[in-house]
Design a protein around this ligand. Sequence first.
Ligand code: UD1
Length: 416
Amino acid sequence: MDKIIIQGGRKLAGEVPVSGAKNAALPILVSALLTEGTNTFRNIPNLVDIKTARRLLHNLGVRTEGNGTVRVDATGITSCEAPYDLVKTMRASILVLGPLVARMGQARVSLPGGCAIGARPVNLHIKALEEMGAEIRLEEGYIDARARRLRGARIYFDLSTVTGTENIMMAATLAEGTTILQNAAKEPEVVNLADVLIGMGARIAGAGTDVITIEGVPRLHPVEASVIPDRIEAGTFLIAAGMTGGEVRLTGCEPDHLDALIVKLRETGMTIDVEANGIQALGTRRIASVDVKTLPYPGFPTDLQAQIMAMMTLGQGFSLIAETVFENRFMHVSELLRMGADIDIQGNRAVVRGVPRLLGAPVMATDLRASASLVLAGLAAEGRTDVSRVYHLDRGYESMEKKFAALGADIKREKA
Ligand code: UD1
């Protein structure tokens, strides 16, 4: 398996382009299931999760071609099944459930099962589809859903769920009547998907607020649309600039999506200048410790929790980091400890006492963002850090080591 090898201690400097958002690209590719004809989606990042989504679509009889700009044609769907071996490698595969039931009247999707960052059930997706009239049976580890035509319903999500909101919003576009989603997720990726669906002829109002109203239509048509920039990738580079005392300019990003992080980074002492489609970040010599609590958007993203914790290991004081979105999302902690960090976990909170320096070490992580935090720690540490299990990084970051190398980091990939 590939490894990333880092000689730490270099200040990052220069410009880095932000790729398309993984978490927007996945539901947008899947939304093609709702249409006949060829959709054209631009700014699709080149990631392992995107390849998995395309394999999932191919299995259903959907044709996809191109990279970056991807054409997706779901005219001839030949199967309604998402098998276990794909769903277990990428939980977002659950996103085919709503569109398949809506367009084909049936779907068989493997239950995702456990995952590294907590139980992550899909009960809210299932309950909402039932409320729209789908008959659902759980058997042999699969969700078997059927409905002649889904009907609109008032749905209240107990918890704010991103893919749950996306799944049910897609299903509702072709339902009979009006669906109202309450306590809907407000993430920019939900808004991006809603805009794509509206381009297909869907009638959706309120995306980006916690009440989304969808008036069902009999059919949708193909569309040409673009994926928004990846706010988590952008945030990871900003934090890297802070940890190395560097000066980095992000291009092609959407600063408005990063407000919660920018506020925190300014509190650490970093200088952050926001431009129309870019952000200029300047590190500080002394990183002030800040407290962070993860929350659904527009709160601080759980997908940046591991990275900001890596930064806080070098803070001048104590930082309290509370993870409220997922249980068990502190797998990076034991590895950061091996690099000399001082972190104490108490339930869903971590107390991070800043240390003067981190020391390079061989490390590995079992999840995408945890792996990113280890790369950041390696960039700031003294000496050599080997990050193994790089396939986690490849799921969600496009050429991460190349982008860091272009900013002056001493980082390379060793092929297995
Ligand atoms: C999405 C993102 C992921 C991000 C997360 C939270 C994608 C592909 N992935 O994941 O990167 O970390 O949002 O911002 O967009 N829950 C239930 N029952 C359900 C659904 C969710 O209890 O049916 C719980 C989850 O266990 C979790 C919380 O709700 O504790 C939020 O999860 P959710 O927003 O659904 O995360 P994902 O959509 O899986």
